[in-house]
Design a protein around this ligand. Structure first.
Ligand SMILES: *Cc1c(COP(=O)(O)O)cnc(C)c1O
Length: 337
C-alpha cells in the first residue's frame, strides 16, 4: 500500500486548483479561441501583456510551446540560439528547436544561471563558415542552476549586446515571478527589455494549465500561426484562462513564503550532512547532492515525501503554495531521518 503523501516536492507544477480557481472556471464566459473569440482568454492575454510591459499576449497549453513558438518567430533554419548552459529550451524540450525550427543551441557559461554579457557577445557567429546567430534566450529564474535569479543590470547589459547586433532577445520566464519577488522588482522591470517573454501560470502561481507568450502585436499574430501548427489551438480555453487569472491575483503574494521555506529546507539538509550549494538557493528550488539519488528518492517516496532524482547524485526539491510550514516540518523529519 502506498502511504499518504506528506509532501510532493517534485515540482511546483503539482499543485491543484484552489477553490477560487474552481469557482472562476465554472463562471467563465467562453468562446472559440482559435477565432480569437474567447473573452476570458483575451482578458488573460491582455493582463499578462500589461504586466510584462508588452503590447500583446498569446495563451498556450505549456511553457515548452511558448518557448518553441518564440524560437520559430525569431529564427531561420540553420541558425544558432545562444542560451545559458543548462537552459530548459534545449535540455528539457526534446530537441524541438531542431525538429520544428531547424536551429541548434550554442550554450554560454552561466555560473549560478547568469551568463556574462561578454560571453554572450563572444558567442555571436557572423562568419560565412559558421551557422549564424539567430537569437539570444535567457532563463530567469534558471531551473537547472537551482532557481537562480538574473539581476536587472545584467539583463540591460545583455539587451545592449542584442540590440548592438540586431538580435532578438527572448526570456524563458517560466518562473519569472519568482525572480521578481526575489529581487523586489515589478515584473516589467525584468521583462520589458525582451522582445518576447514566456510566463508559466502553472508553476509557482498555481494555475492548472498554461503559459502566455508576450511581445509585439505583430509577433503575436505570427505566433498564433505557429501555435496552431504545434496543435496548440484550443477552443473554449476560457475555463483554463479563468483559473490562470485567479493565479495571477493569488499567486505572486505566496511566493515569498515558498522562498523562505526553500531556505529552511536547504539548511536542514546541510545540517543532516547533505551537500547543498546555499548560494544557489535564491527562490523556491533546492538541489542536494545525495549518494544513490534514485534509491534515496524511492525510500523517501515510500515514507510519503516525493522528490525528483535528476542525476545519479542529484535530487531536486521544489517548494510551492501547497507545502505549508507544517508539511515542510514533517517532510524534513523524513528527509533527515
Ligand atoms: C517548466 C519549465 C518550462 C515549461 O514547461 P512545460 O512543462 O512545457 O510547461 C519552461 N522553462 C523552464 C525553465 C521550466 O522550468
Amino acid at each position: 500500500m502506498t502511504p499518504p503523501v506528506i509532501a510532493d516536492l517534485r515540482s511546483d507544477t503539482v499543485t491543484t486548483p484552489t477553490p477560487a480557481m474552481r469557482e472562476a472556471m465554472a463562471q467563465a464566459p467562453v468562446g472559440d479561441d482559435v477565432y480569437g473569440e474567447d473573452p476570458t482568454v483575451n482578458a488573460l492575454q491582455a493582463e499578462v501583456a500589461r504586466l510584462t510591459g508588452h503590447e500583446a499576449g498569446l495563451f498556450m497549453p505549456s511553457g515548452s510551446m511558448t518557448n518553441q513558438v518564440a524560437i520559430a518567430l525569431h529564427t531561420r533554419r540553420g541558425e544558432e540560439v545562444i542560451c545559458a548552459e543548462g537552459s530548459h529550451i534545449y535540455e528539457w524540450e526534446l530537441g524541438m528547436m531542431a525538429t520544428f525550427s531547424g536551429v541548434v543551441p550554442r550554450f554560454v557559461p552561466a555560473p549560478l544561471g547568469v551568463p556574462a554579457p561578454d560571453d554572450v557577445r563572444a558567442a555571436i557567429r557572423r562568419s560565412i563558415h559558421q551557422s549564424p546567430t539567430g537569437m539570444i534566450s535567457l532563463e530567469n529564474t534558471h531551473n537547472k542552476a537551482g532557481g537562480t535569479v538574473i539581476a536587472p543590470e545584467v539583463l540591460h547589459q545583455i539587451r545592449a549586446v542584442a540590440t548592438g547586433e540586431g538580435l532578438p532577445l527572448h526570456l524563458d520566464g517560466a518562473r519569472v515571478y519568482n525572480a521578481a519577488v526575489a529581487l523586489g522588482a515589478e515584473l516589467r522591470e525584468i521583462t520589458g527589455m525582451f522582445d518576447t517573454v514566456s510566463v508559466c501560470l502553472s508553476k509557482g502561481l498555481g494555475a492548472p494549465v498554461g503559459s502566455v507568450l508576450t511581445g509585439s502585436a505583430a509577433a503575436m499574430k505570427q505566433a498564433h500561426r505557429y501555435r496552431k501548427m504545434m496543435g496548440g489551438g484550443m477552443r473554449q480555453a476560457g475555463v483554463l484562462a479563468a483559473a490562470a487569472l485567479v493565479a495571477l491575483q493569488e499567486g505572486p503574494a505566496r511566493l515569498a513564503g515558498d522562498h523562505r521555506r526553500a531556505r529552511v529546507l536547504a539548511e536542514a539538509l546541510v545540517n543532516a550532512g547533505f551537500s547543498v550549494n546555499l548560494a544557489a538557493v535564491q527562490t523556491n528550488i533546492v538541489y542536494a547532492t545525495v549518494p544513490d539519488a534514485a534509491g534515496r528518492a524511492a525510500t523517501w517516496a515510500e515514507r510519503g515525501v516525493l522528490t525528483n532524482a535528476l542525476g545519479p547524485q542529484s535530487v531536486r526539491f521544489v517548494l510551492h503554495h501547497q507545502i505549508d510550514d507544517e508539511a515542510l516540518d514533517r517532510a524534513i523529519r523524513v528527509l533527515t531521518a
